[in-house]
Design a protein around this ligand. Structure first.
Ligand code: PEP
Length: 268
C-alpha cells in the first residue's frame, strides 16, 4: 500500500505569528473534523524562519513539518544556506527539492536536485522531489521526455533502498499558481509514467520499487478538485501552494487525502 501524502508549500508567505495561527488552525481542524480517523501523511512546509514555531505548534499532533529547500553540503562558508543536519536537528522530517520556482528563479538544475536528494537521504530527511514540464515543453510534445530526464538525472547514483524512501511530486509548471489544473486523466498518466521510469532505472521494468513510492500531483489543487484527483489510480496525494495558506481551503484538501488513504487501507 502506498502512502497518501498531503503537503502544503507555504512559499514565501506568513510571518512567524501568522504561521503559528495557520498551523494551530490546521491541528485543531484535523482533530475536530477527522478525529480518530486514519489520516494521510500531512506535511506543512513553511519558510525556514517559521520552522521552529510550526514544529512547536504541531507537536503531539500527527502533522509533520518540511522545509522548502536546503543546501546539499554539511557545513561551510556558504552564506545564506541551510544544511540538512540543521533541519533534522530541530525535528524537520521532509524537504521539498527542485520546486519549479527554485529551478526557474534560483538556477536549480537536475544535477543540483540530485545532489540535494542524495544529501537529504543521507541525513534521514524524506525528499519530495518535484518534476514537471513547462507550457512550451508540453506544446512541443516533450512532456514525457523532459520528465523522464528529470527523474533519471535526479535519481542518479541513488540506491534502490534509498529510492524506496522518496516522494515524487508531478507539478506541471504551467499549472502552478495559475488556477489551471492538469486534466486528471493526463495527470494520472504522467504519474504512472514517472513510476514506470523509476522502475526502469532500477531494472525492474515490470514494477517493484516505484510501486511503493508516492507520486503526488501539484498545480492549482483546490477543495473543488481534490476528490477527483484522489480517485485516480496513480496520484497518491497533493503538493499544494496557494490553497495551503488558509485553514478553510487546506482542511477540505486534507479530507480528500484522508478518503483516499482510508480506501487504500481497506483494500490492502
Ligand atoms: C506549489 O507551490 O507547489 C503549487 C502547486 O502551487 P499552487 O497550488 O498554488 O499551484
Amino acid at each position: 500500500m502506498r502512502k497518501t501524502i498531503i503537503a502544503g508549500n507555504w512559499k514565501m508567505h506568513k510571518t512567524v505569528a501568522e504561521a503559528r495561527e495557520l498551523a494551530q488552525g490546521l491541528v485543531n481542524g484535523v482533530k475536530a473534523e477527522l478525529g480518530s480517523a486514519a489520516l494521510p501523511d500531512i506535511v506543512l512546509c513553511p519558510t525556514f524562519v517559521c520552522l521552529p514555531e510550526v514544529l512547536t505548534t504541531v507537536k503531539g499532533s500527527s502533522l509533520a513539518v518540511g522545509a522548502q529547500n536546503m543546501d546539499y553540503r554539511d557545513s561551510g562558508a556558504f552564506t545564506g544556506e541551510i544544511a540538512p543536519g540543521m533541519l533534522t536537528s530541530i525535528g524537520v522530517s521532509h524537504v521539498i527539492i527542485g520546486h519549479s520556482e527554485r529551478r526557474q528563479y534560483f538556477g536549480e538544475t537536475n544535477e543540483s536536485v540530485n545532489a540535494k536528494t542524495r544529501a537529504a537521504l543521507k541525513h534521514g530527511l524524506i525528499p519530495i522531489v518535484c518534476v514537471g514540464e513547462t507550457l512550451a515543453e508540453r506544446e512541443e510534445n516533450r512532456t514525457d521526455d523532459v520528465i523522464k530526464q528529470q527523474i533519471k538525472a535526479g535519481l542518479a547514483e541513488i540506491s534502490v533502498e534509498d529510492a524506496a524512501k522518496l516522494v515524487i511530486a508531478y507539478e506541471p509548471v504551467w499549472a502552478i499558481g495559475t488556477g489551471k489544473n492538469c486534466e486528471v486523466n493526463e495527470a494520472n498518466r504522467v504519474c504512472k509514467m514517472i513510476r514506470a521510469t523509476i522502475n526502469e532505472i532500477y531494472g525492474q521494468a515490470g514494477g517493484t520499487v516505484a510501486d511503493g513510492i508516492p507520486v503526488l500531483y501539484g498545480g492549482s489543487v483546490k477543495p473543488s478538485t481534490i476528490d477527483e484527483q484522489m480517485e485516480q489510480s496513480d496520484i497518491d496525494g497533493a503538493l499544494v501552494g496557494g490553497a495551503a495558506l488558509k485553514v478553510e481551503e487546506f482542511l477540505p484538501i486534507i479530507k480528500g487525502g484522508a478518503k483516499r488513504h482510508q480506501l487504500s487501507a481497506s483494500r490492502a
